[in-house]
Design a protein. Sequence first.
Lengths: 290, 169
Amino acid sequence: MTGLGGLVRWFFAPVPLARIAIFRLIAYLFIPIDVFVTTRWVAAHAGVPTEYYQPLLIAEWLPLPIPTASVVETVKWLLVGSALLAATGKAPRIWGATTFLLYFEWMVIAMSYGKVDHDRYAFLVALAVLPTVGIARWRDHRRSEAAGFAVAVIFVAVMLTYFLAAWAKIRFGGWDWVNGSTLTRAVLRRGTDLSTWTLDVPGLLHVSQYLMIGFELLSPLMLLVRRDRARIMLVVFLLGFHLMVFAGVRIIFLPHVVAILSILPWERLHNRKVPPEVIPEADAQARASS
Amino acid sequence: MVSVTDRVTVEQTAVDEVVHVAPGARVIRLIVAAMILALTMAGTVYGDDYAFPFGPPRMYATRADPDAPVSSTRVVGLDDDGEEVPLSGGEVGLRRAEFEGQVPRLIDHPDLLGLLAETYTAHHPEAGPLVAVAIIARRYELQAGQRTGAYVDDVLVTYRLQPPERGGL
């Protein structure tokens, strides 16, 4: 029972509401960037003949519309509007929920043309769980169990993205995945000036495959990192990994990177700015007596 | 001197008040989270990309044989002079990986390639007419995981377009 109790305590360990207020702003403001800058190819599906649309399982279960040009345009603008409203922090449950649902539909439009990306599971989880926190203000340093649950769930989703990637490698590539030439293939197809030299160093990419799957299999240990400073180090490490991959093969898991930012103790940005309240009054008294 | 960890400093902020979650709301949160976790695990263990968002995160999960060639597929339009016009770099709204995901279907239904020519012309009215659309796989040779520099282009399918009707003929 202590195991279960400990698990519940871990999930509901309270964190300051200010952390949610700041992370929420980042997550919702990322959506217009995602739509208009970094994942523009989703909107480009508006111009693709609908014969190329290949419905996902979820579209067989739910009555989702076939993404004609007007459907794609409508979802795009509703999503951006909803995300901007959610970013204001007002009515967070309503605008958070509509933003999650619209972003989900946007992802269905994205992934239904023959290629599914795996860079936004944790971001979708973040959008799903943020509305459950309710009102959270930038300077609200009260700690909240609902806020703690939200960041714990996002943290688990971030971890699972790595851990299940190892599982998928073993499932699809077999135990011998590490001895294949997957990274060579990736660098040949997508390599940059910063990475093509690795093709000429015998064994380098081979060893990298061992390191990669080793890190992924050990990723559940990251959930044990509790102290603020250690979590900051963890985030620096993870962001460093994703930047290295981007430099090498021009792939960045940007929505996942945004989800990683939920691990940071954002409330510390405000921590030292609590004004000492006595001083102005003392000043006034000093002036009155002089 | 008491040693102060950074965790302690956070816990001693100006207002140390905790907003609790009611027991019922806790149970609902835990049940929903457990269901999502179960779907995620099932998706990775048994599912595939079709199960998005619960499919396995199989980025680079396929083992590449160190001696098998590396393929890179492109879809091109061909103009009157036999020059290639790239179509799989976003010119018709689809990415290379999306074409690669649909290659088997496109080989079975090459008429779908004809739709691409129409879309391309609609997006690029200034471009000359296309006479055919082809899917070409470039295969780079590997030996023991190292590239040799050699490659061959393999045309998987070519779809000839109907010449546009001309008035008066």
